[in-house]
Design a protein around this ligand. Structure first.
Ligand code: HEC
Length: 157
């Protein structure tokens, strides 16, 4: 009887912990407002369409040209949208955008342009052997290049 109670308590605690961490993650996103929230959401959509392509590269999902085309198209469109969501002064409040975006705008815009071009090139990938290089181009010269320079670590948001 005692043991069962302890086990029940254990499960209860684990459930509670999981719920708490989920809730705090959600709350974090909710606190973002204005352009920061809009570009965060656009970027999340970018990620949701990028991850399946990375899985294909890793062999965790079968190559499918139609999905590559569709996802790359969404990535290009959402990056284009995001590029217009960094107005002057929107480095305030809850955001991971670094002030360097506005002091070094030309470089930021150039990386964004490259990323959009790489996403468009990815749309035309029609065979598995072309997928890895195209995904790496977008990830390396797009996402990674920009995040390293212009995005704050999560804990400094
Ligand atoms: C030219 C710059 C640039 C490019 C290119 C770019 N990002 Fe971002 N990304 C940012 C910035 C800046 C933020 C932070 C926005 C904010 O918090 O206001 C961000 C935020 C994000 C987020 C939200 C998560 C978080 O906690 O901030 C995800 C997910 C993300 N990017 C994924 C991607 C992926 C995947 C790609 C490439 C396919 C990509 N990004 C390309 C600049 C870029």
């Amino acid at each position: 009887m005692r043991n069962i109670a302890r086990i029940m308590l254990g499960i209860g605690m684990a459930g509670l912990l999981a719920a708490t961490s989920l809730a705090s993650g959600h709350e974090g996103a909710k606190e973002m407002t204005g352009p920061a929230k809009a570009r965060h959401d656009a970027m999340e959509t970018v990620k949701d369409h990028f991850v399946p392509l990375v899985k294909m590269v890793k062999g965790a999902a079968p190559f499918d040209a139609a999905t590559v085309k569709k996802n790359a198209e969404v990535i290009a469109k959402k990056l284009e949208e995001a590029s217009k969501l960094f107005p002057e002064g929107s480095d305030k409040g809850k955001t991971r955008a670094k002030p360097e975006i506005w002091t070094n705008r030309a470089e930021f815009d150039a990386i964004m342009k490259t990323a959009i071009e790489k996403a468009k090139a990815l749309m035309n990938v029609d065979s598995p052997d072309k997928l890895a290089p195209a995904v790496m181009e977008l990830g390396g010269k797009g996402c990674k290049a920009c995040h390293e320079k212009f995005r704050k670590p999560k804990d400094e948001m």
